[in-house]
Design a protein around this ligand. Structure first.
Ligand code: ATP
Ligand code: MG
Length: 559
């Protein structure tokens, strides 16, 4: 059903459980699911869950992974999110085939199960107010108290539930609750809610329903209906597992999936809760869900992250029960490794200053060979136009340079990448006294950047021909937050720690001519980092590139 596994996945404790279940004959086939609530865009944390669930489906045979939209909360859920989630899962390289489901597919069945619980004396309609319910619940040290409505008759409960369903009750007037144990040490077992009244139309079921099922009830029942074998979720659901099992035990569902918890992915220098992502997007702190600074999959994709880098990252961090925070640099290193292997090289000057070769004929031009990928000879070469006037990086020239400055300075010789040796002779300054032009002479005997007399130069700098260069805007991104754990701050709001330098826009960058026809994949701009066209703002007459990631991790040095 699924395509072959994109990467070899290391084993983990969940795979060990599955191996044992197959070995013992408990299961002949494995069915997992990825169950997003369509109330926002997916982030890198979801990628961990996607890679885990779909990865298992890819690696076991027979096995499948269902994509199930947990659409039980019509107020917050939108078609836009459903579309985006499907796009993200596909982009990550996973395929749900025919196995696409919605919790709303099971609304009738869920209702029938709720009626069954009532008939079994295991559920009742409560009519306490929300405040009263809170008071009756007790707390970690005190047992709760039974609601005065707990002993309603089966008939009364069934009638009330039907009335709730039909829209005959106000929101908050009643609640269907499981009848378990108000004194349980586990608060989740103190008569948890099953259905609440909500007068809201649903995108799929329209205005059929005036009640919607709670997550803890809907989730286990949906898993059971689909015959999920292993229901994998994050650790905060550990305390809900007794309830998951209780519902399925009472109902005697045909299947009883095993819930297994693993630790969620936390990354430093960012936030991942959907509530915070909503706040950042809706408050205009970032430019939409696909802002390249966000940890959303659409943001990472727009930034230039590859799906294979994200899968590699998920495989490296592994799956355990230990809570921890992963360094952003781990994600970035997976990306660098992937791009280093794949990205074609190009020359690009981000902060240009003119370099004039005084002894190069003004009417002359030539094509030099640029190596497309130093580690991949098969990637071949490309022609790069060379002429008398070039742009070089402003930082590659220094007037009163220290001895160890191996780039351009008066009297010093450097190699122009793929071109010639040049020696700086003098500079021309503008009215403010700033260097406006750097002048040099070239040695025609060093074509291709090699000298015939064996003379060596220490520095090699990149350049582009003024006449042939294409102009572009380049956006340099940095971490969205200036401290590692913005969400953990108690005194201040996490938004107070947004890094003011998280985006820097360079308007007048000069790129090698071939980049005028750049593909959407990332390039390595030599000596600068990895860059890719911005899929949203770039036009053929106004190129915009994003810096995907720098060549090295320089975050530590900067601080
Ligand atoms: P958030 O807590 O960010 O709002 P959520 O858990 O409410 O996310 P869902 O749409 O319910 O979002 O998540 C779908 C699946 O993704 C769930 O199974 C959930 O456990 C998993 N998931 C969400 N965040 C992470 C994370 N940071 N690491 C691993 N898995 C995650
Ligand atoms: Mg959730």
């Amino acid at each position: 059903m699924n395509e072959t596994t994109p990467d070899a996945t290391p084993s983990n404790f969940i795979r060990h459980i599955i191996d044992a279940d197959i070995e013992s004959g408990k299961h002949q086939q494995v069915i997992t699911r990825f169950p997003p609530e369509p109330n926002g865009y997916l982030h890198i944390g979801h990628a961990k869950s996607i890679c885990l669930n779909f990865g298992i489906a890819n690696d076991y045979d027979p096995a499948t992974c269902h994509l199930r939209f947990d659409d039980t909360n019509p107020g917050k859920e939108k078609e836009e999110y459903i579309t985006a989630i499907k796009e993200d899962v596909s982009w990550l390289g996973f395929n749900w085939g025919e196995e696409l489901y919605h919790t709303s597919d099971y609304f009738d069945q869920l209702y029938a199960y709720a009626q069954q619980l009532i008939k079994q004396g295991k559920a009742y309609v409560d009519s306490l107010s929300a405040d009263e319910i809170r008071q009756y619940r007790g707390n970690l040290t005190e047992a709760g108290e039974n609601s005065p409505f707990r002993e309603r008759s089966v008939e009364e409960n069934l009638d009330l539930l039907e009335k709730m369903k039909q829209g005959g009750c106000a929101e908050g007037e009643h609640l269907l609750r499981a009848k378990i144990d108000m004194a349980s040490a586990n608060i989740n077992m103190r008569d948890p809610a099953i259905y609440r009244i909500k007068h809201m139309a649903h995108p799929v079921t329209g205005d059929t329903w005036h009640i919607y099922p709670m997550y803890d009830f809907a989730h286990c029942v949906s898993d059971a209906i689909e015959g999920i074998t292993h229901s994998l979720c994050t650790l905060e659901f550990e305390d809900h597992r007794p309830l998951y099992d209780w519902f399925l035990d009472q109902l005697g569902t045909p299947a009883h999936p095993q819930q297994i918890e693993f630790s969620r992915l936390n990354l430093n220098y960012t936030v991942m809760s959907k509530r915070k992502l909503h706040e950042l997007v809706e408050g205009g702190f970032v430019n939409g869900w696909d802002d390249p600074r966000l940890p959303t999959l659409s943001g990472l994709r727009r930034r230039g992250y590859t799906a294979s880098a994200i899968r590699d990252f998920c495989s490296r961090i592994g799956v355990t029960k230990k809570d921890n925070i992963i360094e952003m640099s781990v994600l970035e290193n997976s990306l660098r490794e992937d791009l280093d292997a794949k990205a074609p090289r190009a020359l690009a000057v981000l902060d240009p200053i003119k370099l004039i070769i005084d002894n190069y004929p003004a009417d002359q031009e030539e094509m030099l060979d640029g190596v497309n990928h130093p580690k991949k000879p098969e990637a071949g070469k490309r022609p790069i136009p060379f002429a008398k006037e070039l742009y070089i990086e402003r930082s590659d020239f220094m007037e009163d340079a220290p001895k160890k400055f191996f780039r351009l300075s008066q009297g010093r010789e450097v190699r122009l990448r793929f071109a010639y040796y040049v020696t700086c002779t003098h500079v021309v300054k503008d009215e403010q006294g700033e260097v406006a032009e750097v002048h040099c002479t070239y040695d025609p005997a060093t074509r291709g950047g090699k000298s015939e007399d064996g003379r060596k130069v220490k520095g090699t700098i990149h350049w582009v021909s003024v006449k042939h260069a294409v102009n572009a805007e380049v956006r340099l991104y940095d971490r969205l937050f200036s401290i590692p754990a913005p969400a953990a701050e108690k005194e201040k709001d996490y938004k107070d720690f947004i890094n003011a330098d998280s985006i820097k826009v360079l308007k007048n960058c000069q790129l090698e001519a071939s980049l005028g026809a750049a593909s959407t994949n990332a390039y390595q701009f030599e000596r600068q980092g990895y860059f890719c066209l911005d899929s949203v703002d770039s036009r053929s007459d106004k190129l915009v590139f994003n810096r995907v990631v720098s060549l090295r991790d320089s975050w530590g040095n900067k601080k």
